[in-house]
Write a protein that binds this ligand. Structure first.
Ligand code: GLN
Length: 557
């Protein structure tokens, strides 16, 4: 069997340096050279997965086809490459310890003392090996920052890994910050020196430094960093701030990063095919049009909470050569008197997924506004559920209709907890109630959906059956299907057994669609998601009607 190669990416100085994007961009470059590449994220925190973490602290929870709730970096990995991530691609300290402790309880260690070295480190290494399959190259990103107490076992494991599989098969890349001091007008190398020193103290000598910086690094600075950090001068790469994240692969290539990696790992490939990336950047940076989309949600302060959503809208815009300006509107403010004013200027309105009572009535008010004013509308997961509630209340006359998530005693529980349903993906009947375990009762991951012909959905997808990713507990209540249909609600996407409502539409509207799944998880810049492409397309039509003068100029940017 051929020996796969491994790249380990660590981060220094501070968090949020874009290690995930760096890993994804390197993977993109290697794919463009014809290699089969996969990625993995190892997170040092103790939570078993990020599923129960507050999005404000941790950002979005990314969901894979096989139903893993993972770190948002896995979203970057999928968007920048053709890989499909799974449970094997994200581990946390919590999940590693959990499995070691389970083995210990089972008696697998035969009475031995269970320790961080070798038991935890062995478990980490086996998780790394377990994800490589038949790929040529695996890129493993270690979350956190070098120097954190939690990341030590991971760093020790990747240090050992090089000895296990051979020096020529492993590369260490350290992402660091080279700050620019305005007062003295120079960039500073000391934080990087300290961070590399820390890493070397653990026994890892980085081969490449990816230096995040706002100024281009001169040859002198690169030489200085190389000298003090014991790296070859061409192993010091300027990772300069860019306007769009999709510029990073090209920027790395211009710095010679891919060449350097191949040389160090002794791999021969074709020259990279980067035209699709160049074309994408052109479409993103020089769009012909511009639309404004209001996102009415809860976590509006931190766009990290809606990472995949933002990207999917950018992709949908790129498909129409359109810049999508996003207005994040706090639904609690929409709820207040006159709150509609906040969304009046929007060419389209989107309600994203969410949990919890706060701001729900504001979201419903925004839906009423979109429906009555014929503004293109997309409701995702909670957004679809609330669109159903809005329709039931205001069109079907079901006063106080609600989702049972928010009102247990509503007379019209149009959205409810299905007590029992057959999960044909896992081939088992699921039973649950309000008291079921919080983490274990969600419908998670990819499920098939059959589309009704001649609907907004089928027009967008252009195929009769689709597969989309889910992350929710509540479902449409079939008791209300006929009556709502009688009032004009269209069920354009259903599970193959027709039991679960997956997409609703209002046909008597320019474009009003709610989906129970999260389409944003499957959008890629080179393959924009059909629903986002259609939604932005409708927003553009709306903008053209409202502001014809912008479209006469041909290009408004
Ligand atoms: N809170 C809703 C549910 O659990 C919607 C979840 C979501 O939007 N992801 O069903």
């Amino acid at each position: 069997m051929r020996q796969p190669k491994f790249i380990f990416i660590t981060g220094g100085v501070l968090s949020s340096l874009g290690k995930g994007l760096a890993a994804a961009s390197i993977a993109a470059l290697m794919e463009s050279r014809g290699l089969r590449v996969t990625l993995q994220k190892l997170d040092p925190y103790i939570n078993v997965d990020p599923g129960t973490m507050n999005p404000l602290q941790h950002g979005e929870v990314f969901v894979t086809d096989d139903g893993a709730e993972t770190d948002l970096d896995l979203g970057h990995y999928e968007r920048f490459t053709h890989v499909c991530m799974s449970k094997k691609n994200n581990f946390t300290s919590g999940s590693i310890y959990y499995s070691v402790i389970t083995k210990e309880r089972r008696g697998d260690y035969l009475g031995g003392t269970v320790q961080v070295i070798p038991h935890i480190t062995d478990e980490i290494k086996s998780c790394i090996r377990g994800a490589v399959d038949d790929f040529d190259l695996m890129i493993v990103e270690i979350g956190g920052t070098v120097g954190d107490i939690e990341s030590l076992p991971f760093l020790e494991a990747i240090r050992q890994f090089r000895n296990d599989v051979g020096r020529e098969n492993v590369l260490y890349i350290h992402v660091t910050l080279v700050p620019y001091m305005k007062t003295s007008g120079e960039v500073k190398t000391k934080p990087t020196q300290h961070s590399v020193k820390e890493l070397r103290g653990i026994g890892i000598q980085p081969d490449i430094l990816l230096c995040r910086t706002e100024k281009n690094l001169s040859t002198d600075i690169k030489a200085k960093l190389a000298h003090f950090c014991n790296v070859e001068p061409d192993g010091v790469i300027t990772a300069i701030d860019v306007e769009s994240i999709y510029e990073v692969p090209i920027q790395f290539h211009q710095e010679g990063l891919d060449e350097k990696i191949l040389r160090l790992l002794n791999i021969w490939t074709r020259t990279p095919v980067l035209d699709p990336w160049e074309q994408l950047i052109h479409r993103l940076k020089e769009p012909a049009y511009q639309v404004r989309i209001a996102i009415v949600g809860k976590y509006i302060d931190l766009t990290e909470s809606y990472k995949s959503l933002n990207e999917a809208l950018v992709h949908g815009g790129a498909a129409h050569s359109t810049r999508v300006l996003l207005d994040y509107v706090d639904s609690e403010n929409v709820e207040k008197e006159g709150g509609e004013a906040l969304i009046e200027g929007a060419d389209a309105i989107l309600i994203p997924g969410g949990f919890g009572q706060r701001g729900v009535e504001g979201k419903i008010k925004a839906i009423t506004y979109a429906r009555e004013n014929r503004v293109p509308f997309l409701g995702i997961c909670l957004g679809m559920q609330l669109a159903t509630v809005e329709f039931a209340r205001n069109i079907a006359g079901m006063e106080k209709a609600h989702s049972m998530e928010f009102d247990k005693h509503t007379p019209y529980p149009v959205i409810y907890l299905m007590r029992e349903w057959f999960d044909y993906k896992n081939n088992q009947t699921i039973r649950r109630d309000e008291n079921s375990d919080f983490g274990g009762t969600m419908r998670l991951g990819a499920y098939p959906c059959v589309l009704e012909p001649q609907t907004f959905a089928s027009q967008a997808y252009q195929q009769p059956e689709i597969s989309e990713r889910h992350r929710h507990r509540y479902e449409f209540n079939n008791e209300f299907r006929d009556i709502l249909a009688g009032h004009g609600l269209r069920f354009s996407g259903l599970s193959p057994d027709r039991n679960l409502v997956e997409i609703i539409e209002i046909p008597d509207h320019p474009w009003f669609l709610g989906c129970q799944f999260h389409p944003e998880f499957k959008s890629r810049p080179m393959e924009p998601h059909p629903l986002f492409k259609a939604f932005v397309g409708k927003a553009l039509e709306e903008a053209r009607k409202k502001r014809p003068e912008d479209f006469q100029k041909e290009c408004i940017c």
